[in-house]
Structure formats: C-alpha cells, structure tokens
Design a protein. Structure first.
Length: 240
C-alpha cells in the first residue's frame, strides 16, 4: 500500500485487538492510539499495555512492525457525558432507543484526534474496529458515519487519509475466527485471556470467552459470539 504506515485506534478490547493484528499483518509500520475519557471500564487501559507487550512474542513480523503507542487524555468527554460508560448508572435502553452506554460523539472525537496525530506522524492509514453487523446500535459505528468522517477529515486536513474498518461486516463469531485466521491459536488465546470488553470493568470472573461480569451487553455479545464461533465452520473468519 502507498505510505504503508498505519495508526490503529486501540482500546484493549476484543475488536481493537483483532484489528491491531489485522493491521500488523498488512502495514509495514503500525502505531497505536488510546483514549482515557474517564470510562467506567478503565481497566481496558491496563489491558492494552499487556497486549502490546505480548504481541511481539507471537510473531517476528509483529515485533518488527509494532511502533509507538500514544495515549490521549480526553476526560473532558467523560465530564460532559451522562452515560452508563462514564457514570455509575444503570445500563439500560434510553427513550431514544439507544443503550445508556452510548457516549455521544465518542468515535467522531476519537477519529478527529487520531487524524491530527496521523497528520503529524505522516500516517496515511487509520484503522478502527467499529462494526455495524453485531453491535449495540451506536450510530457512530455505522459504515455511513465512517465514510462521512473520511471525507470530512480529508477536507479539513487537506490530506488524503484512508479509514479502514475490517470488522464492519463481521459479527462477533467471525471476529473470533478472524483472530484465529490471522495469528492462529496464540493470537486467539491472547484475545480471550488479555483483551477486555466488559462495560463494568470486571476482571475477577473468567469465562471460556474471557473475563467479564457475564451479563452486561458487551459480555452478552462476546459470550454469544464465542459460542457461535465454536459451532461454526472453520472458514468463518478467513481473511478476504
């Protein structure tokens, strides 16, 4: 790829861990960016450090290509967000039909900061693990949103940036399978053992699909996805 250097939005969750491996498989150099926005499940910030430390041991290619990490303090986002991801409130569905875990503008803000960093670091490609197939209904995860952001960022920076969403049309079962297809059992084991998706930040209970409370929407999606992955044909996550 032209300017084969990428920036991955890496939270430490299942999706972004798989996305990071996907990027390391494709680009010559890969940097990561994470955001501390006062999230309730801040344990993911520690998980991302563990994953970055372990990835180079899985592959010489990963060791060679994995570059610097960047963490951005966005606690102002948490301060203005009355959501179940930034407050100790009930996880439920709001009158809008969206879950109370929806943080308005989060991915739009993340992408804007990522694009500013990519501009400075001369990184043409930005990779993120959003998905419209098997998700909580967040409007800023939709394919149309990401395509619109690519246009807006390109215009605003007067530089072509390419946003990649390798999980956009994959469900959670296919995401587990993709991790296995990219990095074999070692990568799949890393995703299960060390990534974190539970909204409550629970790392005390170990399930067959990983750690979590087992009943929040993120855990529910992950548990059902893993069960479907185990029951699916081996080719469900083959790399296109």
């Amino acid at each position: 790829m032209g300017n084969s250097r990428a920036l991955v939005l890496f939270s430490g969750g299942q999706d972004s861990t798989t996305t990071l491996a996907w990027a390391l498989d494709r680009f010559d150099a890969v940097e990561t960016i994470g955001f501390d926005y006062g999230q309730r499940h801040r344990i993911e910030m520690e998980c991302r450090e563990t994953i970055r430390a372990k990835l180079p041991a899985l592959s010489a290619r990963y060791a060679e290509r994995l570059g610097p990490d960047h963490v951005v303090d966005l606690k102002a986002l948490g301060a203005i967000s009355e959501t179940a991801l930034t407050r100790e409130t009930e996880i439920a569905f709001a009158e809008t039909g969206l879950p109370t875990t929806f943080v308005p503008g989060r991915n739009l803000i993340f992408l804007t900061f990522a694009a500013a960093l990519a501009y400075r670091r001369d990184l043409k490609h930005i990779v993120l693990g959003v998905c419209e197939t098997d998700y909580s209904g967040y409007p800023d995860c939709r394919d149309d949103t990401i395509k619109a952001m690519q246009v807006a960022l390109g215009l605003g920076l007067d530089r072509r940036l390419v946003l990649h969403t390798p999980l956009m049309w994959r469900d959670k079962a296919q995401t587990f399978a993709l991790a296995r297809a990219i990095g074999g059992k070692p990568l799949l084991d890393l995703v299960i053992e060390d990534s974190h998706s539970c909204y409550l930040g629970d790392r005390t209970t170990r399930h067959d699909w990983g750690y979590g409370c087992g009943h929040c929407p993120a855990c529910d999606l992950r548990a059902k996805g893993f069960a479907a992955y185990l029951a699916a044909p081996d080719d469900t996550g083959l790399i296109p």
